[in-house]
Design a protein. Structure first.
Length: 513
């Protein structure tokens, strides 16, 4: 294990060559609960939410800070219960998430219901339960006002806004293309375009059954840097000032109850792995002529060159920690306050934030067992470490070009001796970790893919009719199942064979082809 990996400050440690999560041996966990397996640390989750609370409160002297972790990133009800115990709220997007957040004991006044096109039924449920409705659509306030009137209640709403960000010129990590963050935010569907906000707010302030309590903006993880957070908060702040001054009276701007800055703080061992811009230029401009040149070579030379390329591309995936939570808090809130404090009265204004990946990322690991090690030496060298998982169980990361850090859980002290592709067992290429340096592994070894607590388990699919893995929660030396693995009955459970197709099995069907 490299020196860098030893610098763990979280729930993972290496003891006697084995990887531990809290006080549990991960190899034992895979044996006891089955492989592949998602494992989560309760201690880490509690630490993360407390750290967010502490760090942001330190930089927001005006009022309370409320942490509303994004439910979508990890919606196990047990983990939600832990967050509820810690006093956290929830950012949710769908009706299903609303029910999950409520089942998980989340305080309704700290649930923010996002999303465009909310149905009447969803809005009714929101008002009945008393959650915050984060408005996306121009005609949504009217609908809310009518339903709230019918129910004899006052609905609390906020606008999800979409400021302009001419200052965010760097490249967004979300797009495959070289596109600026500014453009990335513009093409993203969410948020009410700034052009409508002034008048929409005026209208809402005349509605009887609706109370405008706050403004919300979520940009997401376009960039890991503090520069991004400073730039984003500055422009969000300017829009807040403009709207509050427009909605208020001269010298007495409209008073907000909450400002919600959304999520997008990079995960601790940020697995994001998009090519650096400089590398991209080399790849884009030099690959084509190079490939043409290689066509002129004989096969032997060509494959030797491939070998060389593969060797130079091999890497240890971990590439450095993201900024700390404290650094994110300081950068974002200093920028926001520098714009707001001059113009608005912020006393008793609650600051809300909605971390997803950074709340859950390092609370989870994914354990998988090696089924085969397959090698080829001709025409070029390749090693494949075939595991019992698949990147279809880690889909959230596939969408975001993730390259996770990993550890061979039963060989944490061994040196890396070879370059291999760690692959999954779907029929796709399924390169979970391409061209990584890895110790001399064998069948039955357990690999721990790190930083999988956010977006992975929730995005798993059943491709190749693979049953999705279980989730285990670790607390000290105690480990228990919080989501069981799927069975074959689960995989085929929603299928319906119409009666007319059920009667006879045609033994001779194959002969007719
Ligand atoms: C997804 C999402 C988040 C969380 O984003 P992260 O990048 O995981 O921190 C927060 N708020 C809203 C509205 C979201 O859609």
């Amino acid at each position: 294990m490299s020196e860098k990996k030893r610098q763990w400050t979280d729930c993972l440690s290496s003891r006697g060559g084995r990887l531990y999560i809290e006080e549990c041996d991960t190899v034992d966990l895979a044996k006891k609960f089955g492989s592949p397996l998602f494992v989560m640390s309760e201690k880490q989750l509690r630490e993360n939410v407390r750290e967010f609370q502490r760090a942001f409160q330190k930089h927001w002297p005006h009022g309370r800070v409320e942490v509303l972790p994004a439910f979508k990133a990890n919606w196990n009800l047990a983990t939600r219960k832990i967050l509820s115990e810690e006093g956290a709220g929830a950012d949710i997007y769908s009706r299903g998430e609303l029910e999950g957040a409520l089942m998980g004991g989340t305080a309704p006044q700290r649930i923010s219901v996002n999303g465009g096109g909310k149905s009447e039924e969803t809005i009714r449920r929101c008002i009945e339960t008393g959650v915050l409705i984060t408005v996306e659509d121009l005609d949504e306030p009217e609908l809310i006002d009518r339903i709230a009137g019918e129910l004899g209640k006052k609905a609390k709403i906020r606008f999800r806004v979409k400021p302009d960000f001419p200052n965010l010129h760097k490249r967004t990590d979300f797009a495959q293309e070289y596109a600026s963050i500014d453009l990335g935010i513009q093409v993203y569907k969410s948020g009410i375009p700034a052009q409508y906000l002034r008048e929409l707010g005026r209208k809402v302030l005349t509605m009887k059954n609706v109370e405008l309590t706050g403004l919300h903006f979520h940009g997401g993880r376009h960039h890991q840097s503090l520069w991004y957070w400073k730039g984003m908060m500055k422009r969000f702040g300017l829009l807040i000032v403009d709207l509050c001054e427009y909605w208020g009276e001269p010298g007495r701007p409209f008073k907000l109850q909450q400002i919600d800055i959304g999520g997008g703080f990079a995960s601790h061992r940020d697995p994001h792995n998009k090519l650096e811009y400089s590398a991209e230029i080399i790849f884009t401009w030099l690959t084509w002529p190079f490939v043409q040149l290689m066509r002129l070579m004989n096969a032997g030379l060509r494959y030797r060159l491939f070998d060389l390329i593969v060797k130079t591309m091999a890497r240890i995936p971990y590439r450095g920690y993201a900024p700390t939570t404290e650094e994110y808090a300081e950068a974002s809130l200093t920028a926001l306050r520098s714009v707001l404090e001059k113009r608005l009265d912020l006393s008793d204004v609650t600051l809300q934030l909605e971390p997803g990946r950074r709340m859950y990322g390092n609370t989870g690991i994914h354990l998988t067992t090696i089924k085969k090690v397959k090698r080829q030496t001709r025409p070029m060298h390749m090693n494949w470490v075939l595991t019992d998982t698949t990147y279809f169980f880690l889909t959230g990361g596939v969408y975001e070009y993730n390259m996770h850090d990993f550890v061979v859980a039963n060989r944490t002290e061994e040196r890396e001796t070879q370059i291999a592709d760690i692959v999954g067992h779907s029929c796709y290429a399924d390169r979970i970790l391409p061209l990584v340096k890895i110790p001399d592994v064998t069948e039955g070894d357990v690999i721990a893919i790190l930083e999988t607590g956010a977006y992975q388990e929730v995005s798993a699919s059943n491709f190749n009719a693979l049953p999705r893995p279980a989730v285990v929660l670790v607390n000290g030396s105690h480990a228990e199942l919080i989501k069981r693995a799927e069975t074959m009955d689960d995989v085929y459970g929603r299928d319906i064979i119409p009666e007319r197709l059920q009667s006879k099995t045609r033994v001779e069907a194959g002969n007719r082809a």
